[in-house]
Design a protein around this ligand. Structure first.
Ligand SMILES: Cc1cc2nc3c(=O)[nH]c(=O)nc-3n(C[C@H](O)[C@H](O)[C@H](O)COP(=O)(O)OP(=O)(O)OC[C@H]3O[C@@H](n4cnc5c(N)ncnc54)[C@H](O)[C@@H]3O)c2cc1C
Length: 471
């Protein structure tokens, strides 16, 4: 196993010397449209009593699922347990806009050499997800639909040109659409121009995540509705009955407590997304930001007629803060916009259904004014991690405790790659891709609060103002 990677995610001093304690447990609102439109989930299996595994993965989002898959494949004789506080894919990974991207989504252009490097990770994550969808025949509306960028104001105009330039420099296919062509394709004259590029997939993310978790290798056991409450470092002399000692783990191993049980293990993987900081890991190195989406019921024929060709599409705002829009395979309209800082806690439901759903409605009517009688059936939010420098949290935090967090730049595909690579790292499987991942900057320390809050509020207001015509 490689050396512990310095410079990120050390356990914060507030945590006990022998124990890490989760001071916040996820509780997402039960309004995720992607989840609700699926057949009822089979009953969950929660952990009751004592269990033992070589590796325990905490969190069944995109990173945890990818790590558990790969660990299961690489170490077929080991037991791996995954603990998920809610249901697999019920967190951000199952409630996003469903763009499985091959490049950074939007925002200002990044340096080309960094993009080229990151493209390897996005491509690897995308191909892992695609392979799983094919292998397990996952019914998740996966489509290789590509994406449009639309610009409706000066900020979008500027950015969409930069995006086109970046695509050209990277040798990626793209084509322009004028206002008429955009109207033919999407049914709205809202956008001055559009830019189309293939290479990414669109999906129902809840179906994708739930489907992946249902097909874990045989040596991976998932316990849902089972939050990890504490991670206790066992005394060094304790062997826990594991044959062959503790390779790559804490000498005494760990005891992880849950509400009705406990897991003894050699190694712990923290793949619990924005809740990682609540265990004292990577605290102050990422910002938890909530963003929100709404979904209609399937549109009737006459409603669908407003959408130009009525073919499925995914559209990102040219501006960094612009709305994301989708017309899904099953004829639903999805709108995502708005961000807010969520430093401490899971989001309260009231925030999602009230004013934010109203913003989604405004965005819909600004584009398709005749949709006035079409209600959103579901409005929800989720929290994602932003880092200050596109940096990562990846590797060993201390002997036996590993962490992986995907950041804000096309996180679903990047998280799939990073989760898989963390398993490789733990098992000593070298590759060029792992070197790339290890070569990335760690998420840098952010300013303390309240300076951070002020900075975020200022940046958010600035971005929102710039993107006001694309909101
Ligand atoms: C509305 C919205 C739209 C987005 N659109 C896109 C998009 O189109 N494309 C894209 O690439 N990204 C998108 N994102 C971002 C992306 O969804 C996230 O960055 C990504 O899913 C994070 O994955 P993760 O595995 O790190 O975290 P999560 O998916 O949050 O998974 C972490 C899991 O850990 C569990 N957990 C936490 N604490 C504990 C504990 N103590 N014990 C047990 N389990 C625990 C949580 O319940 C959760 O299921 C969007 C996000 C949102 C909210």
């Amino acid at each position: 196993m490689r050396e512990t990677r310095p410079g990120f995610g050390r356990v914060s001093r507030q945590q006990d010397k022998t124990m890490l304690r989760a001071d916040v447990i996820p509780k997402h609102t039960d309004s995720n449209g992607w989840w609700h439109i699926l057949p009822k989930a089979p009953p969950s299996r929660a952990l009751e009593g004592a269990a033992q595994a070589r590796t325990l993965v905490i969190g069944a989002g995109v990173c945890g699922i990818a790590a558990a898959f790969r660990l299961g494949e690489l170490t077929p004789d080991d037991e791996i347990i995954v603990l998920e506080a809610e249901r697999a894919g019920f967190g951000a990974s199952g409630r996003n806009a469903g763009f499985m991207l091959n490049l950074h989504s939007h925002g200002p252009p990044k340096e080309l050499n960094i993009l080229r490097r990151n493209m390897n990770l996005w491509a690897s994550g995308l191909s892992d997800l695609r392979r799983r969808v094919q292998e397990f025949q996952l019914d998740c509306q996966w489509s290789e639909a590509g994406r449009f960028y639309g610009s409706a104001g000066p900020d979008g105009e500027k950015h969409i040109d930069e995006i086109a330039k970046t695509l050209d420099a990277l040798g990626l296919e793209r084509s322009w659409l004028d206002r008429d062509a955009m109207e033919r394709r999407t049914g709205t004259r809202f956008y001055n121009r559009g830019l189309y590029t293939p290479g990414n997939a669109l999906v129902n993310p809840a179906a994708l995540m739930r489907g992946c978790a249902a097909h874990f290798p045989i040596n991976v056991t998932l316990f849902e509705e089972t939050p990890a409450l504490t991670i206790d470092r066992k005394p060094r002399g304790f062997t826990g009955g594991f044959p062959g000692g503790f390779t790559g783990g804490f000498p005494g191993g760990f005891l992880v407590k849950t509400p009705k049980g406990e897991v003894s293990c050699e190694r712990v993987v923290l793949a619990n997304g924005v809740f990682m900081g609540h265990f004292g890991v990577a605290k102050g190195r990422y910002v938890p930001m909530a963003t929100y989406a709404s979904l209609t019921a399937p549109l009737a024929d006459e409603q669908l007629a407003q959408f130009g060709s009525a073919e499925e599409f995914g559209l990102l705002g040219g501006s960094e803060y612009g709305a994301t829009i989708r017309l899904t395979q099953d004829r639903r309209l999805m709108v995502r916009n708005y961000f807010n800082h969520m430093p401490n806690a899971p989001m309260p439901g009231a925030r999602v259904s009230g004013p934010i759903a109203k913003l989604h409605r405004q965005a819909m009517l600004a584009r398709w004014p005749d949709m006035v009688d079409v209600p959103f059936e579901h409005s929800w939010g989720g929290i994602m991690a932003f880092t200050g420098n596109d940096g990562c949290v990846f590797g060993a935090v201390e002997p036996g405790i590993f962490a992986v967090l995907t950041n804000d730049v096309s996180p679903m595909t990047r998280g799939t790659a990073s989760g898989r690579l963390l398993a490789d790292y733990m098992e000593g499987v070298d590759s060029k891709l792992l070197d790339l991942q290890l070569g990335m900057a760690g998420a840098r320390r952010l300013p303390p609060r309240p300076f951070l809050d002020i900075g975020i509020a200022y940046r958010r207001a600035k971005l929102r103002w710039a993107a006001k015509q694309e909101f």
